[in-house]
Every structure is written in structure tokens, then in C-alpha cells.
Design a binder for this molecule. Structure first.
Ligand code: SF4
Length: 414
């Protein structure tokens, strides 16, 4: 849970998870649906899915016994990478093996003045070798937690507390800062004795030293390390999504949710019917794409002009800058839906929030509710406006919602 997520966010999720599935055996019996429901809002959903798959594997294939070495944990359990394997093996089972996470990368790169791209394979391999060599043989779990904690609390990214650091006398980045200061003051007094940096391996060719094209920046001090390659820009994606609404049998508003495929982004989560859009598609074409897509569930042609544009909702996934173009479509009457293509269900608002839906979909619903609130506060005007949007489709007497039959009528050619 803590990968890529802050402790404060995780605590509630962790407590609810442990309450629901206190043992591996209990987790092994959970369904992906239950896991996604509990995980909803935490992001990176594959973590929950793999955790449950791992529990299943331990129970069904490993006789309920957790692998106890970093090598076996990584080899046998889905979702367990090098870091997680090292952390479990050292903290839970006392194996003298190192860990390398973001905090450890920062501390070790500063301690050793490693200035090459810290995400490059050469640097990562070197850091693992260092972590494995450094780890305390008698208390590996404590040592690894201390190293991570040092990075989280003292050797922090922007303003490290070098004066309070317990390993400052071993820190080459700090020594380098002192040398640079000495050199600067010598220059100030007109002395020209260049300070040779004994820590550098020599010009060019070293896979761990800073590139010669990016010299030391004295304004950054120890935060010259670690260095990262320029961040890859997230992919830009656009999706049209439609909030289909109806009044349920007790008069409560209900929304149609469909389930995403069991693999890939947001696997198994529920969402409003959505369709990816090509970039820079005109609104008219978006409507047509969405109307065609909705036809798969409604089983009848959907007139594109019946879709009401709500607005745009932006959600940033780790590697995708996603814009949802939100439409809504009120329906009434009974409706025979085609569940053959994908599982679907109607949910009340309360059920929606308890379902395995992503934060992005919660934002989509919020945008719809906001729009509805605006319309109800502006009174009749908005109703008239809605009427104009649904031109070409006959409406019910009330003028606020189309009858299902009227809505599903194919649009007349204009
Ligand atoms: Fe980090 Fe400063 Fe400690 Fe070096 S002395 S490890 S830069 S906090």
C-alpha cells in the first residue's frame, strides 16, 4: 500500500484491510471485487490485485507457508519486486539482505557522490551492491528501516539536515560542499590553487560520476545528488464518458456502471460507460463515438444529440494525463440492457460510493451533481435549455426527461 502512497493516506486503508482479512487464508478467499472495493481511491489498483493473488498462491500452492528469502519471495509471489522481497526477508525473517527504495537511493547517492542518472541500470545495480554490503548482519531489519528512515526524516530531498545527520562524517556530498566553499573563499582572496576533487573517478567514462556536461551547481549543495534523467512526459489521453441516469423502483436516482476488463489499467473496476477518443476530435464526432458505444448496452441506436455535455474532468494517473469529456443521459421506464459484452449494474449514489470505482469516476459523478445543482438553482431556464439540446427527439409531457421509447427512437434525418 505504501508504494507511491503516503503513510497518512494509507493508515485507514490498512486498518480496514487488516480488519477484513487478518490472515493470508482470509485474503486468499476474497474476490477481486471485494479487494477493489476496499482499495477504491488508493490508486495503483494492480497492487491490491497482486496482493490477493499472492495470498492465494501461498495458500493453494505453497501449503500456507510464506517464502522466507528475498530470492524466493521475488520468484514465487506475484507483485513482489526486489525492494518488497528485501524488506519482507530482512524485517520479517531476519535475512541479511539490503533494500533500495527512493529514500535509500538518495542517502547512498549523497554518501558516495553518485551523480549519474540514479534510475540507470548501472547506478541501480551499484546501489543494490552497496545496500547488500552495508546491511548489518545481526539486525538487518532494523538497519534497513533505519536507512530508509534516515532518508525520510534527515536526508530529505530539498533541505537535508546535514548538521544533525548521524553519518555526516562519512558523507562525500557534504565533504564536496565544504571543498567548494574552501575553493570559493580562496578565489575571493586571490589564491588560484584549484581544488582537485579526490572523490571523482576521473574525467569521462565513469558510469557513476556526474556527466561532464552537467557540472556541480554550488547553489544546490548536497542536493546535487541524486540526479535523475528528465521525467518522461505523461501520455495525453481523452475519453468520452456518459452518466446514464434513471429513477429506480423506490424513486431514487440510479446510475449505470459497467465493469472494466480484468487486466490493464484499473482492472476489474466499475465505471460509467466510456470510450477512448482520438485527439482533437470535434464535439460532434465525440458525441457520435459515445452514442455508438452506448448502443452496445442499450441495444438500440442512440441519437448523439440526446447526450447532454456536462464538461471536462481531468485526472492524472502516474503515466497518463487523462481528460474525461462527461456527458449525461437521463432515461426512464424499464430497460433491457445487453450484459453480454460486459458486466453492468444500476447503482444508487450510496452504492456507487461503496463500489469499486476509481477516484476519476467519483470526480465525474461530482461534475454531474454540480451541474444538476446549478440547474435546479437556476430553475426553469435550465430545463428549457435541456429541451433545446435534445432536439429531434420527442419528449415526455413534463419536458424534463425523455421517455425511454421516445429516446430510443432513431433520429429523423434532417
Ligand atoms: Fe544526507 Fe547530509 Fe547526511 Fe550526507 S550529511 S547523508 S547529505 S543528511
Amino acid at each position: 500500500m505504501l508504494q507511491q502512497t503516503q503513510v497518512a493516506t494509507v493508515i485507514d486503508y490498512y486498518n480496514r484491510w487488516m480488519q477484513k482479512w487478518p490472515t493470508l487464508q482470509a485474503l486468499a478467499q476474497a474476490s477481486l471485487e471485494e479487494v477493489n472495493e476496499l482499495w477504491a481511491g488508493l490508486g495503483y489498483y494492480s497492487r491490491g490485485k497482486r496482493l490477493q493473488e499472492a495470498a492465494r498462491k501461498v495458500v493453494s500452492e505453497l501449503a500456507g507457508r510464506m517464502p522466507r528469502t528475498a530470492e524466493d519471495l521475488q520468484k514465487l509471489l506475484p507483485g513482489v519486486g526486489r525492494y518488497t522481497a528485501g524488506a519482507i526477508a530482512s524485517i520479517s525473517y531476519g535475512q541479511a539482505t539490503g533494500v533500495v527504495d527512493g529514500n535509500v537511493i538518495r542517502v547512498l547517492c549523497r554518501l558516495r557522490c553518485i551523480g549519474a542518472d540514479s534510475s540507470s541500470p548501472a547506478v541501480i545495480d551499484h546501489l543494490w551492491d552497496m545496500a547488500n554490503a552495508l546491511v548489518d548482519r545481526s539486525r538487518p531489519g532494523d538497519f534497513n528501516q533505519a536507512l530508509m528512515e534516515l532518508g525520510a526524516t534527515v536526508c530529505v530531498p530539498k533541505a537535508p539536515l546535514c548538521g544533525e545527520c548521524p553519518v555526516k562524517q562519512h558523507c562525500r556530498a557534504r565533504r564536496r560542499v565544504e571543498k567548494e566553499l574552501a575553493s570559493a573563499s580562496q578565489k575571493l582572496f586571490g589564491k588560484h590553487a584549484p581544488v582537485v576533487d579526490v572523490e571523482d573517478c576521473g574525467a569521462g567514462g565513469c558510469r557513476l560520476c556526474p556527466p561532464v556536461t552537467e557540472p556541480w551547481d554550488s547553489s544546490l549543495g548536497v542536493t546535487n545528488f541524486p540526479r535523475k534523467a528528465a521525467k518522461k512526459q505523461p501520455r495525453v489521453a481523452q475519453t468520452a464518458t456518459c452518466v446514464l441516469e434513471r429513477r429506480g423502483c423506490h424513486g431514487a436516482l440510479e446510475f449505470l456502471l459497467v465493469q472494466r476488463p480484468s487486466s490493464g489499467l484499473l482492472a476489474g473496476l466499475w465505471e460509467f460507460p466510456s470510450v477512448p477518443l482520438a485527439q482533437d476530435l470535434q464535439e460532434e464526432k465525440q458525441r457520435e463515438a459515445l452514442a455508438d458505444h452506448l448502443q452496445a448496452w442499450l441495444g438500440r441506436p442512440v441519437p448523439a444529440e440526446g447526450l447532454r455535455l456536462i464538461g471536462e474532468v481531468v485526472h492524472i494517473f502516474s503515466h497518463i494525463h487523462q481528460t474525461y469529456v462527461v456527458y449525461s443521459l437521463p432515461l426512464d421506464g424499464d430497460l433491457t440492457l445487453d450484459a453480454a459484452s460486459s458486466p453492468l449494474r444500476w447503482v444508487t449514489e450510496e452504492e456507487f460510493h461503496a463500489s469499486a470505482v476509481s477516484t476519476a469516476m467519483k470526480k465525474v459523478l461530482k461534475a454531474c451533481e454540480k451541474q444538476r445543482g446549478k440547474e435546479s438553482s437556476s430553475g426553469q431556464g435550465s430545463k428549457r435549455k435541456r429541451g433545446t439540446k435534445t432536439q429531434g427527439v420527442s419528449s415526455t409531457g413534463s419536458g424534463t426527461q425523455l421517455s425511454l421509447r421516445a429516446f430510443l427512437q432513431a433520429p429523423t434525418a434532417s
